[in-house]
Design a protein around this ligand. Structure first.
Ligand code: 3PG
Length: 211
């Protein structure tokens, strides 16, 4: 599975995965353009809206060098639609055996959501070594990740939920954290109101915080 390893390395290098909610697939390309201009050519487009699938399809086609994944995947039907549309990785808010099995069978990189030791053990049963820690802020942030790292030294985390420019450094200094997910630079309102200049500004600022 060299592709999965390469994708993971790219995410690890970029350090931030913007979590995007698009209500209109027409906003997909300008959003991708803004993220690229901001220096962060990666997006997790969430299946929280009807526009997710078409948005992924457009982004994957027009920006083949960007890393486009699908988030908020809660069942295998969504996972299939996302992968068929061109998603390179899947993110689930909680742990789903069915979705994880689908990803494993199809050699798709998946970050299942966990926030307890039991859920980390579910991920271990599928030989996964990176999980999403969600919702990160509400479940104790970097302290909880440290505590989970003690019994599970092989596991690394991609926390999301409540991360922004003011606290991302607290997360990224932990070597068990490969990258942080967050929506602060791509807020719904910025996209709806086509405030792409603001998205570029916040993305550039976010990238600086990873250095
Ligand atoms: C996610 O699904 O990863 C989160 O909703 C992103 O959290 P945030 O909006 O607090 O950044």
């Amino acid at each position: 599975m060299p592709e999965q390893k390469n994708i993971l390395e790219l995410i690890e290098n970029r350090k931030i995965v913007p979590v995007v909610k698009l209500y209109n697939s027409e906003d997909s390309l300008p959003l991708c353009e803004a993220l690229c201009e901001g220096g962060l050519p990666v997006a997790e487009i969430t299946f929280r809206t009807e526009a997710a699938e078409d948005s992924i399809r457009l982004a994957a086609k027009v920006y083949p060098d960007m890393l486009i994944g699908a988030g908020t995947i809660v069942n295998t039907e969504q996972a299939k639609r996302a992968v068929d549309a061109g998603a390179k990785f899947l993110v689930t808010p909680g742990f789903s055996k069915k979705v994880t099995e689908y990803a494993a069978k199809n050699h798709i990189l998946i970050f299942p959501g966990v926030c307890t030791p039991t859920e980390v053990m579910c991920a271990l049963e599928y030989n996964l070594d990176v999980v999403k820690f969600f919702p990160a802020k509400q479940y104790g942030g970097p302290d909880t990740i440290n505590a989970l790292s003690a019994p599970f030294p092989s596991i690394r985390f991609m926390p999301t939920g409540g991360i922004n420019a003011s606290n991302i450094r607290d997360y990224l200094k932990n070597e068990k954290i490969i990258a942080c997910g967050g929506s602060w630079m791509v807020k719904d309102t910025y996209i709806k109101e086509h405030q792409f200049t603001e998205i570029i500004r916040l993305t550039k600022e976010a990238v600086k915080l990873t250095k």
